[in-house]
Each structure stands twice: as C-alpha cells, then as structure tokens.
Design a protein around this ligand. Sequence first.
Ligand code: ATP
Length: 235
Amino acid sequence: MLEVSGLSVSYSGIRALKDVSLTVGKGEIFALIGPNGAGKSTLLNTLSGMVQAQTGHARFDGVELIGRPAHRIARAGLIQVPEGRQVIAPLTVRENLELGRIAAGTRSGDRNALDRVHDLFPVLAERRTQLAGSLSGGQQQMLAIGRALMGAPRILLLDEPSLGLAPVIVREVFDALLRLNASGLTILLVEQNAKLALETAHHAAILEMGRVVMRGTAADLAHDPLVVDHYLGRT
Ligand code: ATP
C-alpha cells in the first residue's frame, strides 16, 4: 500500500534521512521506533508533503507522493496526526473536527465520519461546544486523531501519540487505534515508547541517525536481544 524507497532528506545540508526504504501493507499497523533525532518525524513529514525529499520515492497505492503538495496528499487519503496534537485552541471541539473535513477537501466524503469519531471518542461529543484549548492533554490527542479521521484517511500517520499522557490515557488512545485498525484502517505509527509500539504493531522498523537499522515483524523485533537491550530495557 505504501512503499518508501531510497528516501533521503537534508535540512540545510544536514542529512536527516539516508536511503530509507520500508513497506507498509494494507490493513496493518506499522511502527517506527528510534531515539530522539533519529528522523522519525522527518519521515512522516516527508510522506505527508510538509518536508521535501532530495531523493527517493514514496508510492501510495502506486501513486508517487514525493513532489506532491501536502493538500493533495491529504486528499489522496494519507492523513497525519502531528506531534504535539496541534489542535486549534480558540476553536471548539466541533470546529476543530470540521477543519479535518475541510482539509480533506471536496473528495466525495463520508457523511458518517462525525458519528464514527463520536462513537470512538464519546468525550468529543460531550464536549463539542467546549474550546479545544480547555481540554486535557489526552482529550486533545483524541481530538487530533478525530480531526484526522474526519478526512476519511486510507492511511493514518501518527507522530508520538503517547507523548506526555498518563498511562491510563495512553491505553485509551491505543485501544482506539486498535479498534480503528480492526475496522480496516492502515496505520503508520511513530512512537518512542518501543514496548507499547511493538505490542501494538504488526511490523516495525528501527530508525537510528536517519537510517533503517532493523525491520521485521513486531514480535520478532520484541524478542531480538539488541532491541531488548537498547529499547525495551528503558521503557
Ligand atoms: P524526536 O523524537 O525528537 O522528534 P525524530 O526521530 O522525530 O526525533 P526528527 O525530528 O525527524 O527526529 O529529526 C531528525 C534530525 O533532523 C535531527 O537531527 C533534527 O535536529 C533535525 N531536524 C529536524 N527538523 C529540522 C528542521 N526543521 N531544520 C533543521 N534540522 C531539523
């Protein structure tokens, strides 16, 4: 479904991604893990068209994403939940959700999207007239995911959805991701919490200093001694 090959990205001459290749299959959860500064956000931002690649390809159902403007990528069904949520604080919950629909453009959409978001996160229905800035961190993360879902994604990209959230809220957010995946949504997840990521995903890759240093099934990676030493001991 999503095939990334030979992707390299530099910021002012400094390489952030070096020859990255990976494949995300339809209907799976693919996790990208790695330390701070490894290039995980850069990869998501390149796929969603917010950062320009110097070389390489990213084909989404055969369509080249590299070089396309971000709004066209979103309209093609690749939608990102940004790091830090980035909800619009002075707008209401409902208005933030509507922005997700607008960002997805006139693509023949799905009228039940709002109902589905409310089913997934009932708190967003309860608080629909409340300002987004007044929500807790966990509720803002749910809103950020809900906003992305309003664009009827075919693949959802998430950048550190657990960041700064209490464990019980993280569980709630990840249960929602599992439910979305069970209903057929493909997910590409960037997550520093390697244990959580490998428990959730089907396949995963480890990025270090801009390169993919390991990839495989999440179960295999979770048992790999190097992964256990470097990533699972700490979480
Ligand atoms: P984190 O978990 O800290 O977000 P990450 O794995 O997502 O880390 P990136 O944010 O993609 O890593 O950063 C990869 C490298 O690119 C880092 O060295 C970072 O300092 C650099 N970088 C990221 N964004 C920019 C930018 N806009 N301009 C210049 N350098 C950048």
